[in-house]
Design a protein around this ligand. Structure first.
Ligand code: GCB
Length: 596
């Protein structure tokens, strides 16, 4: 497969970065006194007492053999020493970057409170007052009716000694917690520094247009910038913070006619603020840019003028021991396996995946439907909408420049037959259209055509349905007609592109049955094939624009009697080895690839 050996392995373009990954001190607050860490100011001195070493990044849940840690709810404390032993950092602005911490985070540097953050899957950062010191992070994973996603804590037997409590949520994945993604420091000049670079890279005819805006801390839009766009053949310069590069005969990010399919061609954009004013290159930021155009109308989606039929998966960021913790080995393995199947798309269920992941998708040419963390939403009150809007804005500013992202998904399986759902999702749709005119917007429905109040308003209809599994378990004969009828009904009702974003069956590797029965590897294959017959008909008559199987690999769920050791609908096991169905999918997706 095609990996770019010349490309750096980080989506973060600052020149000077120091990783803070490694073993951090870790301590849980006791359930009897959950706020003790704040009262005793655990941040002001090295953590003592029941302190463990915890790998960062990783979720803390599955690292130890301790049940309390696995099932913990409340404030977990992390601590490390930031000791940047570089003289030059003294005169710089030092920024502490977190790729993602689930769910509420409070951060101190020594006694100084740096700030807090809400939301588990979005990067955030703080300026550090100095570059040497004790860094403490308190993280709380308790979700409630006002968080995204929601969780429900209740005390059904408050009188019982020990205060028995229950905690549930409506989404089915294990809610892994802690410092799940990379942590690092980077440095910039103190006086003028970059805050964001927004890119829109498209083309018309044989001209590529790379529109950029460099946002810095300076209010002066005329502050000097040198922006360079280059690849190994060409270099273009613009001495302004806003502008458009016009490139004749650009190499497009995705080109199905190329010998290497797809090409995933990336240019580099280099931004230099106040050029020439700094002895080091701390005023330089570099990022990759892919030139491509997405179009959509009532009948489908096009990428660079070619009509897309999406074939791929929903996928969790989940692996053994690490939980939701970012891991290069898993990332590269997953990217490799995705290509091995011949898939062209992946939905980041049910939250945005690490930026490193999306960056890899940019490099290999996998298309991404990027989903927000709003899974199984049932609260449509105004304060929820405000939080959801903020999350979508953050998602856009974090991921918006990545060429692999072809569509935004506002939510997975909300209670979209709720009377408020329509207004709620229309507001989010309007917001996304106002900030990004280049990509379609959807949410993924599990409601029926007749009951859903909002899916028909989206640019693309995405729905999940488990025929032969949750509906009519064990019955394969029902599948083909049900799928054909439902896809036809969605198209007829709303005249929009339609994608089935989840279907599938659980299988336990090594369980075999003839004739096939539920949980066997054979049943998973038979169920997929029954769906394929329907999909082929619907693709042929133009009613279906894509099929995404649930799920790429098995993953951890809360403990439930309907799931033996996790969600087993993967075509790969949790340790990323193929089940029999992986070969069925590979055959189908590769054959489709050869057709296009
Ligand atoms: C769904 C959800 C997904 C679950 C899946 C299942 O509809 O979107 O998160 O894992 O069903 O296997 O139950």
């Amino acid at each position: 497969f095609l990996y770019k050996v010349d490309a750096v392995t980080s989506p973060y373009g600052w020149k000077h970065k120091i990783s803070l990954n490694g073993l951090w001190k870790f301590k849980l607050s006791p359930q009897e006194d959950p706020d003790i860490g704040f009262k005793e100011k655990w941040y002001s001195a090295p953590l003592v007492g029941d302190v463990l070493l915890m790998p960062v990044p990783s979720s803390y849940n599955d690292i130890t053999s301790n049940r309390t840690i696995r099932d913990y709810l409340g404030w977990a404390w992390y601590q490390t020493e930031s000791d940047v032993n570089v003289e030059d950092w003294k005169n710089s602005r030092v920024v502490l970057h977190f790729g993602g911490v689930h769910y509420y985070t409070k951060v101190w540097f020594g006694d100084k409170f740096l700030g807090s953050h809400e939301g588990g899957h979005i990067p955030f950062e703080f300026e550090l007052p100095s570059y040497k010191g004790l860094l403490t992070v308190a993280v709380n994973n308790t979700l409630n009716n006002q968080t995204i996603p929601q969780g429900f804590l209740s005390y059904p037997s408050a009188n019982m000694s020990g205060g028995y409590r229950t905690y549930t949520h409506d989404f089915d994945y294990f809610d892994y917690s802690g410092i799940n993604r990379n942590v690092f420091l980077y440095r910039t000049p103190k006086d003028i520094y970059l805050k964001d670079v927004i890119i829109k890279a498209t083309y018309e005819g044989n001209i590529g247009y790379v529109k950029f805006s460099v946002l810095s801390n300076s209010a002066d839009i005329n502050s000097p910038c040198l922006v360079t766009l280059y690849d190994s053949h060409h270099q273009y310069n613009i001495s302004q913070c806003y502008g458009v590069f016009k490139i004749t005969n650009p190499i497009l990010w995705w080109d199905r006619t190329s010998k290497h399919k797809p090409t995933a061609y990336l240019y580099t954009l280099r931004v230099e603020l106040n050029p020439g004013s700094y002895p080091s290159d701390e005023n330089i930021y570099e990022m990759k840019v892919g030139i491509r155009e997405i179009d959509w109308n009532s009948t489908g989606l096009w990428l660079n003028g070619e009509k897309l039929y999406l074939r791929g998966f929903g996928k969790h960021e989940d692996s053994e021991m690490r939980g939701r913790g970012f891991d290069w080995a898993t990332t590269i393995r997953d990217m490799d396996l995705l290509q091995w199947t011949g898939a062209n798309v992946m939905r980041t269920t049910h939250y945005p995946h690490s930026l490193e992941w999306i960056d890899m998708a940019d490099r290999v040419g996998i298309l991404i439907i990027l989903e927000s963390p709003a899974c199984s939403l049932s609260n449509f009150e105004d304060n929820m909408l405000t939080l959801h809007k903020k999350i979508m804005e953050d998602i856009y500013s974090t991921y918006g420049s990545h060429p692999s992202i072809i569509m935004w998904s506002l939510a997975n399986e909300p209670v979209s037959d709720h009377p408020r759902a329509r207004g709620y999702f229309l507001d989010l749709l309007t917001l996304m259209h106002s900030i990004d005119t280049t990509r379609p917007v959807t949410f993924v429905s599990s409601r029926s055509v007749g009951n859903d109040k909002a899916a028909g308003e989206m640019d693309v209809i995405c729905f999940n349905r488990y025929n032969g599994w949750y509906a009519h378990p064990g019955d394969l004969s029902i599948i083909e007609d049900s799928v054909v009828d439902e896809i036809t009904a969605w198209r007829k009702a709303y005249n929009r592109p339609v994608i089935i974003t989840e279907y599938g069956a659980g299988s336990l590797p090594g369980v075999h049955m003839i004739p096939s029965g539920m949980w066997s590897e054979e049943y998973q294959i038979d169920l997929l094939k029954s769906h394929f017959s329907a999909f082929d008909k619907m693709q042929a008559n133009g009613n279906l624009n894509g099929e995404l199987l649930w799920v790429f690999a098995d993953f951890a769920t809360p403990q439930e009697y309907i799931r033996p050791g996790g969600c087993m609908k993967g075509i790969f096991t949790r340790s990323r080895q193929p089940k029999k169905a992986a070969y069925t999918i590979k055959l189908r997706y590769e054959t489709m690839d050869n057709k296009t």
